[in-house]
Design a protein around this ligand. Structure first.
Ligand SMILES: Nc1nc2c(c(=O)[nH]1)N[C@H]1C(S)=C(S)[C@@H](COP(=O)(O)OP(=O)(O)OC[C@H]3O[C@@H](n4cnc5c(=O)[nH]c(N)nc54)[C@H](O)[C@@H]3O)O[C@H]1N2
Ligand SMILES: Nc1nc2c(c(=O)[nH]1)N[C@H]1C(S)=C(S)[C@@H](COP(=O)(O)OP(=O)(O)OC[C@H]3O[C@@H](n4cnc5c(=O)[nH]c(N)nc54)[C@H](O)[C@@H]3O)O[C@H]1N2
Ligand SMILES: [Mo]
Length: 773
């Protein structure tokens, strides 16, 4: 176990990528003791014959580079390919109550889980159990539980095949309680885009990046979270394409990038500047900022029209393809610059600059991430990006479109094949026909609803297909308390995490193969399929020897649970045949979604996979109006409660470091932000620090500034000066999750508003809680 050796805060002068990235990969490869094997595996990462990276969802080009991976993809592979094992001997040494005191880092660093485990009340330990007993008992428990009180959660990594089986299992059992990690992530996209353009996903492909001549970048940290995209940005920059960025922080990857795969850049120490305009918007200020750009564009358009020059908005497109333009135009023109400047924290001149560049472009792409979706107005933020694009006809033509950057590698695909709590999004009639049953038609529980149900006792069972639910959700303390009262918890996982320790009365921990591992079944070695951020479906085949002989594939685990739980009757899928040959599951997926997955098995073999049809790409709008819709923003004020709060409060955004994948913490450095050796920091503007009387390094306790009778506190953070807009501060996820009230989420999508938590700070008497490595 590693203790943070030194703690320092030094502005990072290097580019994203570069030698720092090579060094960082080398460190993690040697620490995980997996140098040779993992290095071999990396060669096949994201390549035709190999496996799809387990890290982010950015597409791989059909003709990959020699090494089609990045710093963080390599870390994710090393983390999964580690030589360390959390085996029976490990669990014999440690009670769960002891493990609960370990950090996220230390838990996962224990290594790969090796055999099925059941919690033993008497010894408070996870003890080995054989697979057959585990499945029989899980089945018996589920049969006793009201399906409406059981939850089938999925983190976004499992393949399309496993996900399809999992969702079908839940529905055959009798519930639509199929929340997934996207409920905390891009659900604002899945709700906002269908209203605006009739599809729940982005409209661009990698080709569009080669044709675009203007990129907008809102609230996505490309250098840490989708580094392979830097290649696409770098080549766009080389063609002279402007990149206009909106982010409260000056993220290194958005400023400069040195391509670790370019010998010239590496040897010469040169790098490509990425953003041509960098707007440090206030957190929560994007709707206002985009309104400002739209207003500036519309004003300039009127001037052009009156002067008889070429129009700046695409009037032909707007007339033929859209609805609601008049109301939107009026709202934008009537919007007061003072309000826009106050809410966005940006000047009118800066926004007019952005509008000017946009007005000169022929084809623009709007890229965004959690900085837009994890807000009270998250859905509106997404729709504002679309409004901006629609003004110049930038959807449904080459080089243009909207590009939500998804998180988990198959999170988008899970939705495509039925993992959703929303019955209207699943092809229930088709499922009813194929499997001769009456699927549940009522709305299931999303992540926030599940938390509510865990707290109020109405949820009784939780099955987790990957993920770290308890740690990733808001209102952590109340959820943990409620969690211990669940009757049944079953976690299917590769590595140990906190959600496995806070367990129900009957609790199983089921270890599965990782995606980098060979998956041998009755019909031979299997490949699986996943869908990336551009709706491209491609295959993945493991290349490593499994971490333990006892691991089962996720598909096999789901099949066995289904067999143990569901009654045998006509129309039941042949779970054994499916788990023995994933090609048969792909046939079932094709039968369920014939348009999306035509000739699935055959096309999966094509180099680069295939793209699902996305109607908005062809200007076919599957909205009720049959048109693309402009959406008038409800408000530019992100936090409706803000005005009633007294001065001194701050907006806290929760961040990912460059050394983590969600709740998986690889280490305590955030190289690009110059933070070394700790995650227990609070990033603050120097002026705010002065005003509140804090000096660099002062220990503080952070509490949520809402008046709902619940006290939420995160103690022991150290104040750190950072280039961040006034009134905003930053802390790390998941350490700061106890501060997010459950009700503090986006309208409609219910994505927890993790990027603007109202907080107050209090000095602490000299204590700074260091990580326990
Ligand atoms: N290495 C690595 N890769 C990952 C992940 C990981 O943890 N590690 N996580 C995966 C997952 S599940 C996801 S969802 C994605 C997440 O990837 P991102 O979408 O990049 O999410 P975050 O890192 O949370 O931060 C987003 C950015 O938003 C900025 N921001 C915060 N508030 C605002 C705001 O109000 N407006 C604007 N414009 N910007 C704001 C922050 O400064 C930050 O740069 O990455 C995926 N890939
Ligand atoms: N405050 C705050 N909270 C947030 C966010 C934020 O920005 N701020 N981001 C939100 C977002 S975008 C997301 S997506 C969620 C993430 O929430 P989750 O997806 O639930 O969490 P992860 O940390 O990705 O899950 C990590 C665990 O997955 C398991 N795992 C890894 N690989 C595999 C595999 O191949 N198979 C199986 N079965 N298990 C595997 C390992 O046991 C590992 O410990 O968190 C959300 N929570
Ligand atoms: Mo995510």
């Amino acid at each position: 176990m590693k203790k943070p050796e030194k703690v320092s805060f030094e502005p990072y002068a290097g580019p994203a990528g570069g030698w720092g990235s090579t060094q960082s990969v080398r460190e993690i490869l040697s620490r995980e003791g997996a140098v040779a094997g993992t290095a071999m595996a990396l060669v096949r990462q994201n390549r035709e014959s190999g496996f799809a990276c387990v890290s982010c969802a950015w597409p791989k080009p059909a003709k990959g580079h020699l090494f089609e991976f990045c710093e963080n993809g390599a870390k994710a592979t090393a983390w999964e390919g580690t030589d360390r094992r959390a085996d029976a001997a490990f669990f014999a040494r440690h009670r769960l109550s002891e493990l609960e005191t370990w950090s996220d880092y230390a838990l996962e660093e224990a290594g790969r889980l090796t055999e099925p485990l059941r919690w033993d009340v008497a010894s408070d330990r996870y003890l080995p159990v054989d697979w057959a007993t585990a499945f029989a008992e899980i089945g018996a428990e589920l049969k006793q539980i009201d399906p409406k009180a059981a939850v089938f959660y999925a983190s976004g990594r499992a393949s399309l095949e496993t996900s399809y089986m999992y969702a079908l299992f839940a529905r055959l059992y009798g519930t639509n309680n199929l929340p997934d990690s996207s409920n905390m992530c891009h659900e604002s996209t899945s709700v906002g885009l269908p209203k605006s353009i009739g599809v729940p996903v982005g409209t661009v492909t990698l080709d569009d990046f080669e044709k675009t001549d203007c990129l907008f970048f809102f609230g996505q940290n490309v250098g840490s979270n989708s580094p392979r995209m830097l290649h696409d940005l770098q080549s766009a920059r080389k063609r002279g394409v402007p990149i206009i960025t909106f982010n409260p922080l000056r993220e290194r990857g958005l400023e400069r990038f040195a391509n670790p795969q370019s010998p010239l850049q590496m040897l010469s120490g040169s790098s490509t500047p990425i953003s041509t305009q960098y707007h440090t918007v206030k957190t929560g200020g994007d709707s206002a900022a985009i309104m400002g750009i739209c207003k500036a564009l519309l004003v300039a358009d009127r001037q052009a029209m009156f002067a008889g020059r070429e129009r700046l908005i695409d009037t032909a497109f707007i007339t033929e393809h859209t609805q609601g333009f008049g109301a939107f135009e009026l709202a934008a023109l009537n919007c007061d610059w003072q309000d826009i400047e106050r809410e966005s924290g940006l000047s009118r001149a800066a926004l007019e600059d952005a509008a000017r560049v946009y007005g000169q472009s022929k084809a623009a792409i709007g890229i965004y991430g959690m900085g837009l979706t994890q807000h009270r107005l998250g859905v509106q933020n997404v729709q504002m990006v679309v409004n901006l694009l629609l003004l110049r006809g930038n959807i449904g033509r080459p080089g243009a479109g909207v590009c939500p950057v998804r998180g988990h590698s198959n999170v988008q695909g899970q939705r495509t094949v039925g993992i959703t709590e929303k019955p209207e999004l699943a092809p229930l009639d088709r499922l009813a026909e194929l499997y001769q049953f009456d699927p549940p038609r009522d709305k299931g529980l999303c992540t926030v609803d599940v938390c509510k149900g865990v707290i109020d006792g109405s949820v009784h069972a939780f099955i987790g297909l990957g993920g770290n639910f308890v740690r990733a959700v808001p209102e952590t303390e109340a959820v943990e308390r409620g969690w211990r009262k669940l009757r049944l918890t079953v976690q299917i996982a590769t590595k140990l995490n906190r959600s496995h320790l806070i367990h129900g009365e009957v609790s199983y921990l089921l270890p599965c193969l990782g995606r980098i591992e060979r998956d041998h079944q009755a019909s031979g070695e299997q490949r699986v399929s996943i869908e990336d951020s551009t709706s491209c479906v491609h295959s993945s085949r493991g290349v490593r020897k499994p971490a333990s002989e006892q691991l089962l594939s996720e598909a096999r685990i789901v099949a066995e649970m289904a067999k143990a739980t569901l009654p045998l009757r006509a129309g039941t899928p042949d779970w054994d045949a499916w788990a023995g040959d994933y090609a048969q599951v792909r046939d079932a997926i094709e039968a369920t979604y014939p348009e999306q997955f035509r000739d699935f098995n055959q096309r999966l073999g094509q180099p680069g996979g295939f793209h699902r049809p996305i109607p908005a790409r062809h200007r076919i709008w599957k909205t009720p109006s049959g048109k693309a819709n402009f959406a008038v923003p409800k408000s530019l004020v992100e936090d409706p409660d803000a005005p009633v709060r007294a001065a001194g409060g701050l907006r806290l955004m929760t961040l990912r470091s460059n050394d983590q994948f969600n709740t998986t913490v690889y280490g305590f450095d955030d190289r690009f932000r110059g933070i070394v050796g700790t995650r227990r920091v609070l990033l603050m503007n120097a002026e705010d620090m002065k005003q509140q009387g804090f000096a660099e390094g002062d220990p503080v306790r952070v509490s949520t500034d809402v008046d709902d009778g619940i006290i939420r506190v995160v103690p022991g953070l150290r104040v750190t000066t950072y280039d961040i807009p006034r009134g905003c501060c930053g802390g790390y996820y998941p350490e700061c999750n106890p501060l997010i009230p459950l009700w503090h989420h986006a309208d409609e999508s219910k994505v927890p508003a993790a990027k603007w938590i109202p907080v107050r700070l209090q000095r602490e008497a000299g204590v700074w809680i260091a990580e326990v490595g």
